[in-house]
Every structure is written in C-alpha cells, then in structure tokens.
Write a protein that binds this ligand. Sequence first.
Ligand SMILES: C[S@@+](CC[C@H](N)C(=O)[O-])C[C@H]1O[C@@H](n2cnc3c(N)ncnc32)[C@H](O)[C@@H]1O
Length: 254
Amino acid sequence: MALAPVADFWGYKMKSTKKDTKDWFKEWANEYDDTLGKINRHHHLLNLVVKLSNVKKDQKVLDVGCGTGLLSLKFLEKADCFVTGIDSSSEMLSIFDKKIRKLSLSDRVTYKLEDAAVLDFKSNSFDIVASTVTLHHLKNKYPTIKKIHSILKPGGRFVLGDIDMDTTGKVTDPKRLLRMLEWLKEEFILALTEGGVEAFSRMYDNGKKHILNDGEYCISFKQWKELCKRAKFSKVTVKSLPGFKWFKVLVAIK
Ligand SMILES: C[S@@+](CC[C@H](N)C(=O)[O-])C[C@H]1O[C@@H](n2cnc3c(N)ncnc32)[C@H](O)[C@@H]1O
C-alpha cells in the first residue's frame, strides 16, 4: 500500500483526554521492566534485533528510544561495543542510569534525553542504529528514517524491531478494529499469563491507545520498507519473529 500524505494518514484526533507519550512513559517507567519486560516475546524481539545487527567489538551503536535499557544491555552482552541511547523520557532514562551504574558500564554506554525526531549526531557516526517498539510513536516517520540513514556509516545497519500492523485509516472502520483485535488478543493473553495482572492492565490500556491512534501510530513492515527505500537504503530485508506473526525485524543497509 502506498503511503498517504501525513496530513491524511491518521484518521482521528483525541480530544482533551489525550495523555501525551512523555506523560505515558513517565507514569509507566517504574513498572516497565515488571510489565512489558516480563513478556518473553519482547525479549525474543530484542534478541533477534541484536542478532541481525551483526554487532562486533568496538562498534558504535545508537539505540533510539532506549527506555530502561533492555535492548542496549543486550547489545553489550553480545559484544564489547559502545552504545549511545536516546529517549524522550527522563524517567525511563533514570532507570537505565541505575543499571549502568550498577553494572559499571559507564565507559561503554552513554545516553541523552532527546526526541527521535531530532537525532542530533554527525553524519556517518554509527555502525548500527537500532530501535525497538519506539519509532511507531512518531506520527511522521520519514524525516527520522532519513536522519538515521545520514548518521549511519556507509555499510552501516538500521535494525528495527516493531509491530507489523497498519493502523492508518478511520478508527471507526470495523475491519481495521478486527485486524487490531486479532493482534491484541494474543498480546493480552501473553501479558496476563507471563506478566500477571499488572502487565495485563498496562498492555490493555496500551491496546486502547493503539486502537485510537492516541500516541501509537503503527504501520506495516511493507510501509517501513517503503520508507527505508525512499530514504535511499541500499538493501532492505524483513524477518518475522518466529512464533509471533505480528512482530518483525527490518534490516536496512546504508
Ligand atoms: C515501548 S518503550 C521501548 C523501550 C525499549 N526500546 C525496549 O524495547 O524495551 C518506548 C520508548 O520510546 C520512548 N519514546 C517514545 N516516543 C519517543 C520519541 N519521540 N523520541 C524518543 N523516545 C521516544 C519512550 O519514552 C520509551 O522509553
């Protein structure tokens, strides 16, 4: 499906009840590792991202939307690389900071409070730019994909792990809702059985945000691939997360 112009892309604007993404993660930060972090599927996704990044010793990795550091720490478990994390939530970063100190990793990891729409880094800075379940929070994704292309070194890899779900269109469209409920049904079962009541409650609220495009703007991997090609990545491949058809990992080579 061709990408519609951004202005027509998301069918519904929440009224005053809308909680912005920063507030959402401010509230979630202390429970993040005990909710989404308890779901095995999330760890499988992060592991696949690290595997497909092909990370090597001393390479420079940028983790966009590093949150509490779950992905960044997996990169460091895999190879003695250098990781920079950026995130727009100071509360999520403060949890990451505690882990960095506890593990004495400050010579290998740095982070900064920054929006993924900014990515204020020099061209050709990173061997790998990775991001998991973050970039779908951006309404307008293309400028960030272009920026990622620019800050990668030639031959560098952009590795994206996210939900393969086209949530564009009218929120009142029953077909769209059914498609999303099919995915959310699996998500809620995993949350309840693996993460318990707290995780379920969080993922249930999150699901509603996805349905209403309230800070959650997922697109399909076909659409991500199209954006990467438009940004002039030379080779773009997509792999499914085994056993979880709604989650995929894209690798785009500069
Ligand atoms: C679902 S969490 C994912 C965290 C981590 N990547 C993981 O997989 O566990 C999404 C993260 O993206 C951050 N985030 C959301 N929108 C962002 C934006 N526009 N710029 C930077 N970070 C953002 C949130 O603060 C949060 O930490």
